[in-house]
Design a binder for this molecule. Structure first.
Ligand SMILES: Cc1cc2nc3c(=O)[nH]c(=O)nc-3n(C[C@H](O)[C@H](O)[C@H](O)COP(=O)(O)O)c2cc1C
Length: 205
């Protein structure tokens, strides 16, 4: 029996969205989906003055959170870090009485300039993408959220083939829809090695 439908909040952070190609395609494929709220942090908070109460209210209204961004210095763009620092308050997101996010699902959706092979012990970047996302995984865990393997598009800088970009966008839409429809949870993803989109058919998508 599938879980009931969930509301998905996509927190998007790209400081140069006007020059984006890959995130642009991913965004175009999920923006406007029923049950999915697209929230562009750089558009909302160009001044970096984040409205913490508003962000917390948005989180409370959703069952799953997607942090979507290009990978910048093995992490997220600065405004998303600011968002994490300010919005995930003690006593609200974690700590005594900090249960607002308990049971919600958390997913990182990232694009990297580096190729997939670069994200390995013997590769150029020495660490796997899952290892490098550990701060996000542990942040979700501390807040009582259920962390999923990341959605990742590698080799984003040199990706020119429109069909390949479109395929990634379609995969992203499948993942977001599955999250929304309660078809995606940690139990189903235990066999995922690197990223949730390595074999969507195996996950029933
Ligand atoms: C400031 C900065 C830092 C970056 N850091 C990384 C990085 O740590 N690892 C990586 O693979 N790519 C890195 N990149 C490349 C971006 O991830 C890449 O340009 C982006 O994913 C492309 O997506 P877009 O077409 O949506 O802009 C960086 C790019 C910039 C501008």
């Amino acid at each position: 029996m599938p879980d009931p439908a969930r509301r998905v909040l996509i927190l998007f952070a790209h400081p140069a969205f006007q020059r984006s190609r890959i995130n642009r395609a991913l965004v175009d494929s999920v923006r406007g989906l029923d049950g999915v709220t697209f929230h562009d942090l750089y558009e909302e908070y160009a001044s970096y003055r984040i409205n913490v109460r508003r962000e917390q209210a948005l989180l409370a209204e959703h069952d799953a959170v997607v942090w979507q961004h290009p990978f910048y210095w093995y992490s997220c763009p600065a405004l998303l870090k600011e968002w994490l620092d300010l919005v995930l308050e003690y006593g609200w997101a974690y700590g005594e009485k900090g249960t607002a996010l308990h049971g919600k699902r958390a997913l990182s959706a990232i694009t990297t300039g580096g190729r997939e092979a670069a994200y390995a012990r013997e590769g150029y970047n020495r660490f796997s993408i899952r290892e490098l996302l550990a701060p996000f995984e542990q942040t979700a865990s501390l807040c009582g959220m259920e962390w999923l393997p990341p959605f990742a598009v590698h080799g984003a800088v040199e990706m020119e083939d429109k069909a390949a970009i479109d395929a990634h966008a379609a995969d992203y839409r499948r993942v977001v829809e599955a999250l929304r429809d309660g078809r995606l949870d940690a139990r189903r993803t235990t066999r995922v090695q690197r990223r949730i989109n390595e074999d969507l058919a195996a996950l029933g998508m």
